[in-house]
Design a protein around this ligand. Structure first.
Ligand SMILES: [Zn+2]
Length: 416
């Protein structure tokens, strides 16, 4: 059992501890679990499993299917699987460049998504209007009634106050101070809502899906800024204030770029859209008109610069290819430090920068990671973030699903 969020959010929970434990086991079993398997996996008695599964069947959350066994392999079994369209969760990623809204079903599949530009005014009220409008539109477009929506997971740049649902002072949203985003979205949508930091939501997407599920990983999110979330022992490391993951001033061990703090060699001066834009300009790489447009925000210019670099890299521009390789190698240097310190074996790069420039960043990243293991150490592998949607928004929905569905001792106390 994984626990993505270690502190309660007071969201309404579904069923009791036993039902939640069974639902989690059924989800991860992906249609292969019988009642006997479930009893073995959860440690619950056969009778308890039978009773709780009956309630899940009655609620329409799971379905059963008779499977024929091979001759001589015992009597036919009945396997259980979740009903994906029985419940949904909304995930929202609000960042300085865009508002992304996804609708996930209970199996974690993206059934609908929308993207809108973040209002250039940066004024919180304008962005809130866009968030609420896009949530309404995604539900309406998918034809999903609110009764089947478990809630909204919001992911924003940090720092945040998770307990109080506040976005504090994000560096790239300069007019935002202590914005009560969670409660405003909950009030205006009528849906239970939680707020988390974007890079931690990405980490949730990495560990929530059945499949690879790395237990010890560094999850990189590179967009307007750059952050690294740590997954250790299957748990997302949140830190004292829920703001773990700040990686802007992690040193990359070489003089490269210029960080906002004034120093060279900070990851934030190398591996974000803003940094890549600035470093490309410094190297005299000719970017398109959009990236130089003085009428737009620095965030939008940097975003366009990433697009321009992709076009140049696709055309085989040797200067651009070398620049991106060097940028990827700098990320690798920062990651080897993190992985060595925490004994991690997996790195998961993600985010808008990686999605567009990954093919040209990865050779540099791998060259450093491959050269890293000292004798006796494990190698470092590079994984893609799970799921096929925009990863921070998907992760925000995963956090919501996890919070509502995952069995916890607190659930046991509340529902005993
Ligand atoms: Zn710095």
């Amino acid at each position: 059992m994984t626990t993505l969020s270690t502190r309660g959010t007071n969201l309404p929970r579904m069923g009791g501890f036993n039902q939640a434990a069974l639902l989690e086991a059924i989800r991860l079993g992906a249609g292969t679990c019988t009642r006997a398997d479930l009893a073995r996996k959860t440690g619950l008695s056969a009778q308890t499993v039978t009773n709780a599964v009956r309630r899940l069947l009655d609620a329409g959350l799971v379905t059963e299917e008779d499977v024929k066994r091979q001759p001589g392999a015992g009597r036919p079994g009945t396997t259980l699987d979740i009903v994906p369209a029985s419940r949904f969760a909304v995930g929202v990623h609000l960042d300085p460049a865009s508002v992304v809204v996804v609708l996930l079903d209970l199996a974690g599949q993206v059934v609908a998504s929308r993207t809108a530009p973040t209002p250039e005014s940066e004024e919180p009220g304008a962005a809130l209007d866009v968030v609420v409008r896009e949530i309404d539109a995604v539900l309406e477009g998918a034809g999903v009634e609110r009764e089947r929506v478990l809630g909204v997971g919001l992911a924003t740049p940090g720092p945040i106050d998770r307990e109080r649902g506040l976005v504090l002072d994000p560096p790239h949203l300069t007019t935002w101070h202590d914005v009560p985003l969670r409660d405003e979205v909950a009030r205006r949508t009528g849906l239970p809502t939680l707020l988390d930091k974007d890079v931690l939501a990405v980490a949730a997407a990495v560990v929530w899906f059945p499949g690879v599920r790395p237990t010890d990983a560094a999850v990189v999110y590179a967009g307007t800024g750059v952050a690294i979330a740590i997954v250790s022992g299957g748990e997302i490391v949140r830190g004292v204030s829920g703001n773990a993951g700040e990686a802007g001033h992690v040193n990359v061990g070489r003089p490269f770029g210029r960080c906002a703090c004034g120093r060279q060699g900070c990851l934030g001066g190398v591996f974000s859209a803003n940094a890549i834009h600035a470093n490309a300009v410094e190297r005299g790489i000719p970017l398109g008109g959009g990236a130089a447009d003085a009428g737009s925000t620095a965030t939008l210019r940097a975003d366009r610069a990433v697009d321009d670099l992709r076009v140049l890299a696709e055309s085989g521009d040797a200067v651009v290819v070398a620049f991106l390789r060097e940028t990827g190698a700098a990320l690798g240097s920062a990651l080897t430090t993190v992985c060595e310190l925490l004994d991690l074996d997996t790195v998961v790069p993600s985010g808008p920068v990686w999605e567009r420039l990954g093919p040209w960043l990865e050779p540099g990243l791998r060259s450093v990671l491959d050269a890293y293991p000292v004798p006796g150490h494990h190698p470092l592998r590079v994984l893609s973030a799970a799921g096929d949607g925009p990863v921070a928004a998907v992760g925000a929905a995963c956090l919501l699903l996890d919070d509502v569905l995952t069995p916890r001792p607190t659930g046991l106390l509340l529902h005993a």
